[in-house]
Design a binder for this molecule. Structure first.
Ligand code: C2E
Ligand code: MG
Ligand code: MG
Ligand code: MG
Length: 283
């Protein structure tokens, strides 16, 4: 009610839009500068085997340390970076940093585990994308089987555009995951036809499990769907022992979430790998 009143008030409306616009334009200008100033950093969240609880990989998550505002969440700057196209450059930096870091861990004698990198649809559709990935792997010396790319469901609905690209990435030995599964619309046909290996179930399905019977049943069905398609199934956002228990009982393969660890900085991730709660045989 109050909202309708505000929107119908022309002054309120103008100021609101103006504010948003200024904020956006500022952000668009600040992003390239932040990259040049080295204000971006990767955090890493371990991926865990649901039964053995060993670290079987890690996901790279982008952070922006703004000197004035402090840590800015990717949720607030990635959409803007996508809209203005800067995500292509920023995403390339993420690829370099993730591959370089993973290679360094391997060179230090730490367990060889795959690293996942989130790829925005805009970045994936860029004509140079596959070539860029190839260059990064070649120059960092990281073997392709240690790189995993996470794409979202929306991308799958343009199979004509992405099929060749997914095929050539897969052909190089790179693994492909579908992120935030269940929040978008993806045809089961595409899921079956496209060369994907991992299904990451969005945390909204895990959130109310097991206390919501409806969500628990839904979660179980998604795990079964993924398995029937021959995919490895990972549950995102696992926060409690009960959720883990439910996922184990329903044969979910892998988990990620605060229950095991929040995303951590590079130093902390290195320490976790050194502590040795990993199994070389699982990857
Ligand atoms: P995502 O790829 O689905 O990553 C999972 C998000 O859930 C991360 O948020 C992570 O910190 C958070 N999370 C993990 N476990 C839990 C949990 O147990 N509970 C809760 N409440 N949250 C959990 P983050 O790091 O803020 O990233 C948000 C999103 O931003 C990512 O979602 C991804 O879509 C995007 N993003 C992050 N880094 C990059 C990047 O380098 N490139 C692109 N294109 N997108 C990125
Ligand atoms: Mg992800
Ligand atoms: Mg996700
Ligand atoms: Mg997400």
């Amino acid at each position: 009610e109050a909202k309708t009143e505000n929107i119908s008030n022309p002054h309120y409306f103008d100021y609101y839009l103006m504010d948003k616009l200024i904020e956006r334009v500022n952000m668009e200008k600040r992003l390239p500068r932040a990259l040049a100033e080295g204000e971006f950093e990767l955090f890493y969240q371990p991926k865990i085997h649901a039964v053995t609880m060993e670290i079987i990989g890690m996901e790279a998550l982008l952070r922006w340390n703004d000197p004035e505002e402090g840590m800015i969440s990717p949720a607030s700057f990635i959409p803007i970076a996508e809209e203005c196209g800067f995500i292509v450059e920023l995403g390339e930096w993420v690829l370099w940093e993730a591959c370089r870091t993973n290679k360094r861990w391997q060179d230090q004698g730490l367990p060889k585990l795959p690293i996942s990198v989130n790829v925005s649809a805009v970045q994936f559709k860029h004509p140079q994308f596959v070539q860029t990935v190839g260059t990064v792997l070649e120059k960092t010396g990281l073997a392709p089987e240690f790189l995993e790319l996470e794409v979202t469901e929306s991308l799958l609905n343009e199979p004509a555009l992405i099929k060749d690209r997914l095929d050539s990435l897969k052909g190089r030995g790179i693994n492909l995951s579908i992120d935030d599964f269940g929040t978008g619309y993806s045809s089961i046909f595409y899921l079956k036809e496209l060369p994907l290996q991992i299904l990451k179930i969005d945390r909204t399905f895990i959130q109310n499990t097991p206390h919501s019977q409806r969500d628990s049943l839904l979660l179980r069905s998604i795990i079964q769907l993924g398995k029937s398609l021959g995919l490895t199934v990972l549950a995102e956002g696992v926060e409690t022992e009960q959720q883990l228990q439910f996922l184990r009982e329903n044969e979910c393969d892998q988990i990620q979430g605060y229950y095991y660890s929040r995303p951590v900085d590079c130093k902390t991730m290195t320490r976790m790998l050194e502590d040795g709660s990993t199994n070389h045989n699982l990857c």
